[in-house]
Design a protein around this ligand. Structure first.
Ligand code: UD1
Length: 426
C-alpha cells in the first residue's frame, strides 16, 4: 500500500490547477444510463472513484470511451458514454461496497428498464448513511422495492409516474437519484426540500441539455417533466469546490501565496466567509481564486450544514487549520454522525481537540509535530496532509488509497508549489 511522506515547514507558492468535481461527475456519468444517445463529459478528474464508476456502468452495458481534453478543454479527461442497451440491471455488492455513490444507478435503471437490483452499500466509516430516502422517493413514484439478500430489488412494470415528494431531510444522493428517475417518468415530478448543492445544479443543467425540462434549478423545489427519449449532449463538469477549499486551507496553513487556477469562488461562499474570518485572504482573479494570508490565523466557529452552508466535506480540513490558530474554535458537525475520525490522528501530531457530542473544541497550539498517521476516509486523510505541511519534522500518511479516491495527483500539485512531499510506493 502506498504512503505519502511530508516534511513540514515550507510555504506553498505558485499555481495549483483545480480538477473537475468528483461529486458532480459521478451522477453525470450515471445520467448516461437514461439514454441511448451519446453523452460527452469534459473536465472529468482522474480519480479512483471515477474508475470504479466506469467499471460499474460498463457492466450495465454503457460503452465508455476515455480521451484527453479536446475542444479546448485541455484539462482532465473527456468521457464519451453511450448506452445502446442495458445489459444488466444488477449493481453488484463488490462494486457498491467500494463506492457508495453506486446507489445512484437505482433510479436511472428503474426508469429505463422497469427493474433494478442494487446492493445496499453497507457500513461506512462516516456514520450509518442509510438509503431510506432514496427508497421512499422512488416508492412515491410508483416503484415496488423490497430488500432481499442485501439488495434493493426494485420494479416498476408499468413505468414510473411523476409525483410530488418532500424530502424529510436534505440528501444530495437521494435528490440526484429521484431527478434521474423523474427524467423518464410519466408526467411531472416535484421535489421539495431538495438538496441545492452545486453538483445538483450541474446535473440539472446537463439533464436540461439532454432534453429534460427542469425548473427551479438552484432552489429547494425542483420540477422535472418526464420525457420519452433523451437527446445527445455535451457538458463540462464544474470545478471541484471541495478540492478548492482543501488547497485554500493548505495554503493558509503554510502562510503561502497560491493561485487556484480554474476554481470558482461563487461555489464556496460559506467556506470563504469562515476562512476570511480566520484571517485568510481570498480574491477572485480572471484565472480562478488567489489565496494568501497577511497575518496570523484566528480561531473561528464553524457548523456544517447542507449547501449553501459550510460543507461537511471541508470540516476535517478546517479543523486541521484551526489546530494552529490563535484562540479556540468550535467545530460542529450536523450532517453526518461520527465524522471526527481525524481527531485522534491530529492529536498524535500534537493538536489539542476535545470532542463533545457533535462538536469539537479546538484550542490552537504553537506547533505540531510530524508522526505516522493513518487515513480513515477521504477528507480525514487530506486533513492530516494539511497538518503535516505545518508540522515540525516528517509525517508519514498511511492508507493513501482513501486520498486517491478524491484528490488527483495531490503530491504533484503540492510539490509544484514547494512542498517537501513524496509518494512511497508499495
Ligand atoms: C454526498 C457526497 C458526500 C457529502 C454528502 C453531504 C457524493 C458522491 N457524495 O453524499 O461527499 O459528504 O453528500 O454533502 O456526492 N441520509 C439518510 N437517508 C438517506 C440518505 C441520506 O438519512 O436515504 C442522511 C445521511 O446519513 C446523512 C445526510 O442524510 O446524515 C446527508 O447525506 P447525503 O446528502 O445523502 O450524502 P451522500 O449523497 O451520500
Amino acid at each position: 500500500m502506498d504512503r505519502i511522506r511530508i516534511k513540514g515547514g515550507r510555504q506553498l507558492k505558485g499555481d495549483i490547477r483545480i480538477s473537475g468535481s468528483k461529486n458532480a461527475t459521478l451522477p453525470l456519468m450515471v445520467a448516461a444510463l437514461l439514454s441511448d444517445k451519446k453523452l460527452v463529459l469534459h473536465n472529468v478528474p482522474r480519480l479512483a472513484d471515477i474508475t470504479t464508476m466506469i467499471q460499474l456502468l460498463s457492466q450495465h452495458g454503457v460503452e465508455i470511451d476515455a480521451g484527453t481534453g479536446e475542444n479546448g478543454h485541455a484539462h482532465g479527461t473527456t468521457l464519451t458514454l453511450q448506452t445502446r442497451r442495458i445489459s444488466s440491471t444488477t449493481a453488484p455488492y463488490d462494486i457498491v461496497r467500494k463506492m457508495r455513490a453506486s446507489v445512484l444507478v437505482l433510479g436511472a435503471l428503474l426508469a429505463r428498464e422497469g427493474a433494478a437490483r442494487v446492493s445496499l452499500p453497507g457500513g461506512c466509516a462516516i456514520g450509518a448513511r442509510p438509503v431510506d430516502l432514496h427508497i421512499a422517493g422512488l416508492r412515491a413514484m410508483g416503484a415496488e422495492i423490497d430488500i432481499d439478500g442485501g439488495y434493493m430489488v426494485a420494479r416498476a412494470p408499468k413505468g414510473l409516474k411523476g409525483a410530488r415528494y418532500t424530502f424529510p431531510k436534505v440528501s444530495v444522493g437521494a435528490t440526484e437519484n429521484l431527478m434521474m428517475a423523474a427524467a423518464l417518468a410519466k408526467g411531472t415530478t416535484v421535489l421539495d426540500n431538495a438538496a441545492r448543492e452545486p453538483e445538483i445544479t450541474d446535473l440539472a443543467e446537463c439533464l436540461a441539455k439532454m432534453g429534460v425540462p427542469v425548473s427551479g434549478i438552484g432552489t429547494e423545489t425542483l420540477v422535472i417533466e418526464g420525457v420519452e427519449q433523451l437527446k445527445a449532449a455535451t457538458h463540462t463538469v464544474i470545478p471541484d469546490r471541495i478540492e478548492t477549499g482543501t488547497y485554500a486551507m493548505a495554503v493558509a496553513m503554510t502562510a503561502g501565496d497560491v493561485e487556484l487556477v480554474g476554481a470558482r469562488l461563487d461555489l464556496m461562499e460559506a467556506a470563504a466567509q469562515s476562512l476570511r474570518a480566520a484571517g485568510v485572504v481570498l480574491e477572485k482573479t480572471n484565472r480562478g481564486v488567489h489565496i494568501s494570508r497577511a497575518n496570523g490565523l484566528h480561531g473561528v466557529d464553524v457548523m456544517t450544514e447542507p449547501y449553501p452552508g459550510f460543507p461537511t466535506d471541508l470540516q476535517a480540513q478546517m479543523m486541521a487549520l484551526m489546530t494552529r490558530a490563535e484562540g479556540a474554535s468550535m467545530i460542529t458537525e450536523t450532517v453526518f454522525e461520527s465524522r471526527f475520525m481525524h481527531v485522534p490522528e491530529l492529536s498524535r501530531m500534537g493538536a489539542n481537540v476535545t470532542i463533545h457530542h457533535e462538536s469539537a473544541l479546538v484550542r490552537g497550539v504553537p506547533k505540531l509535530r510530524g508522526a505516522d498517521v493513518m487515513a480513515t476516509d477521504l477528507r480525514a486523510s487530506v486533513s492530516l496532509a494539511i497538518a503535516a505541511l505545518a508540522a515540525e519534522g516528517d509525517t508519514t500518511l498511511h492508507r493513501v488509497y482513501h486520498l486517491d479516491r478524491g484528490y488527483e495527483r495531490l503530491e504533484d500539485k503540492l510539490a509544484a508549489c514547494g512542498a517537501d512531499i513524496e509518494r512511497l510506493k508499495g
